[in-house]
Design a protein. Structure first.
Length: 304
């Protein structure tokens, strides 16, 4: 006689069959996962292994290529090995490499990147033969026929106007005294704080100035778009003296150019926007020849 499925024995057997079925199902799933993992590893390692050595800089994203160019420029600034830097840049496989580096330099200037970053990019762009207004900021441009300007002479005498005396008017009859008005003091308005412009030193080079009979501090000021700025006040100070000049008033030079005549043995400091940008500027003779060595300073206006 068959056992009753609804009885205790039947229900126990039913539970056992379900347990065996669940165990078998789980075993098949686990076996499938193991086989799939083993098959994937076999394909990845033996059938079609990926060779990481085949990846090149040309396969990087544009943002990562910019990082790569920046790292190459930093390495070149550190070791000065141009053949190595050129070989590294060649892996980018770009026909417009010079313009690419120049565009990155211009972006760095507009975004106010650190001066070291900008200088490193400028060196690489110059070696690649790039040309542009941004790159010109880092290459001293001789000013032909530069002569001392009147406002640049520290000891130049300033002519003083002689006042002309006018005759004192006379009165024929005494005037009647009028009552003196009473003045009411009004509170003085508080002066608005003066916002000082902000500049940063982009480049500083001591150069032989064969084109000038005297040593000069040459200053060029540009804005964020590399346009030269006129009427920028430059303050030159030294022990016991100070002088000022404005950019844009030098005949035959750019709108952002101005210069100051140096004296041998004197240490100068240059300030823009109320802050000292660079100090310890001295004039001396070039290693070869009789020309003077002066200073070429390039500044960028950052706003107020």
């Amino acid at each position: 006689m068959a056992p009753n499925e609804n009885g205790p024995v039947g229900r126990q057997r039913t539970r056992q069959r379900r347990q065996r079925l669940n165990i078998a199902t789980a075993s098949f799933l686990l076996l499938g996962l193991v086989l799939g993992l083993m098959g994937g590893l076999y394909y990845a390692w033996l059938v079609a292994p990926r060779n990481a050595q085949t990846a090149t800089a040309a396969q990087l994203s544009p943002a990562h290529q910019q990082d790569y160019i920046q790292m190459v420029s930093q390495a070149f600034a550190a070791d000065g090995d141009w053949p190595r830097a050129e070989a590294r840049l060649a892996t980018l496989q770009r026909d417009d490499l010079a313009q690419t580096v120049l565009a990155q330099l211009e972006d760095a200037l507009r975004q106010g990147a650190p001066v070291e970053t900008v200088r490193d990019l400028a060196q690489v762009a110059e070696r690649l033969g790039a040309q542009g207004s941004a790159l010109a900021l880092f290459a001293p441009t001789p000013v032909g026929g530069a002569t001392p300007t009147a406002e640049a002479e520290p000891n130049a005498a300033v002519p003083t106007a002689t006042p002309t005396l006018l005759p004192t008017p006379t009165t024929n009859a005494p005037l009647a005294a009028s009552p003196t008005p009473t003045l009411t003091a009004l509170p003085s308005p508080s002066p608005a704080p003066t916002r000082q412009p902000t500049y940063r030193l982009l480049d500083q080079q001591q150069v032989c100035q064969e084109y000038s009979a005297v040593p000069l501090i040459e200053v060029t000021v540009v804005d964020g778009l590399f346009t030269e700025l006129a009427a920028v006040e430059v303050i030159v100070s030294w022990e016991g003296g100070v002088d000022r000049f404005l950019t844009g008033f030098k005949a035959g030079a750019g709108a952002g150019y101005g210069d100051f005549v140096m004296e041998e043995g004197v240490s100068y400091a240059v300030s823009l926007g109320g802050e000292t940008a660079v100090g310890g500027l001295r004039a001396d003779k070039c290693p070869t020849g009789s020309a003077w060595r002066g200073w070429d300073l390039r500044f960028q206006y950052l706003g107020e």
